[in-house]
Design a protein around this ligand. Sequence first.
Ligand code: PGA
Ligand code: ZN
Length: 427
Amino acid sequence: MTKISNVYAREVLDSRGKPTVEVEITCDDGGIGRAIVPSGASTGQAEALELRDASAERYDGQGVLQAVANVNDVIAPTLLSQDAADQSAIDSILLQCDDSPQKSQLGGNALLGVSLATAHAAAASKRVPLHQHVNDLFSATPHLPTSSTPRPALPLPMTNMISGGLHAGGNLDFQDVLIMSVGASDYRTGLEWIVRVYRRLGELLCDAGFEGRLVGDEGGYGPALGSNRQAVEFVVRATEAAKLRPGEDVTIALDVAATHFVQEDGSYRLVTEQDTTLTSSQMTDRLEEWVTDFPITSIEDGLAEEDWEGWREMTKRLGDKTALVGDDLFTTNESRIRRGIELGVGNAVLIKVNQIGTLTETFCAISAARQAGYGIVVSARSGETEDTTIADLAVGVAADHIKIGSIVRSERLAKYNQLLRIAESLR
Ligand code: PGA
Ligand code: ZN
């Protein structure tokens, strides 16, 4: 038993200069764990609440001193002398401390910081890498059939090249055009390919008179292009300029983030496509054209978070041609994922720890998805920090993909580099 002897939270800043919660947990055997909570901009309605102070005098109302106080004054006393290695017991205590549906009493940010720091502390006490500890914990997740207990494995990155939507000032309707180095023999090689395509893309954008130097929140370029289609065309051309074969060496993924341009009547307004308004079915037609015209192998949030019927039709029509990843749709929430599985909606799940708020609930979401044969994409948020927990999480649960953002900005590289270290240890 690894007894928790101290729990301490503080306010730190994320990659957008916005306050966030950092938690440190110390065990009586000297093991120390620390985690920093990320923060989204294009959030789903069903996500755990990010508690912010709302006092305009500090950080324009974005401070997290209340969430920090909730950790130090409310949560910490309940965890002293508890076993840090028993993650599910710790997370149950957290859920007793705040049993509201979206963790709105103490804040999902308060709970998640504690939950993740606990895993770090337990791994330090056991003297094993975090990904190994995560794998041990995940293997013990209830309902996970022994046959699908994964060994730690490196995920294939899905890397942002061009940013739009809420991450780059609304320059494009679609949020991300990403690439995957599907033909690379290993992680290190794939990383070099990604950087090469990124550099060629910057040059091509500049040559064509677009901004190919300034980057969006996740490090992707944020040019004011004429259409979403043009963004994909640039990425295909950059792949060729990098002497790589589109569709064989490198494929394209989209995060459409359609929740953020759906209108009240359920139609989809594409401002950068000659301000066209499409029904849900027409949106699927449009995506189908794209899948036919480009080497697209993954589409995230192609439709909005409550358009379950549209998602069902989209899955019937496109599900055997491409991965259909639910982000705002599933919000890493086991019950939403189970509903999706029942309805035949999507075939892959985006996993963001702060959408749900504890590590154990994250494992339950992953295990439900895995059992149904859904793909797993572990994802960062647009607001990130030097925290690298998700790299170890993705390896520990043997996720298919990891989506960290682009290949510049150190809050992104912290994770890519952690995966390089892990790659050496898995050899
Ligand atoms: P977010 O963006 O962190 O702003 O939600 C990431 C995504 O939509 O996948
Ligand atoms: Zn998304």
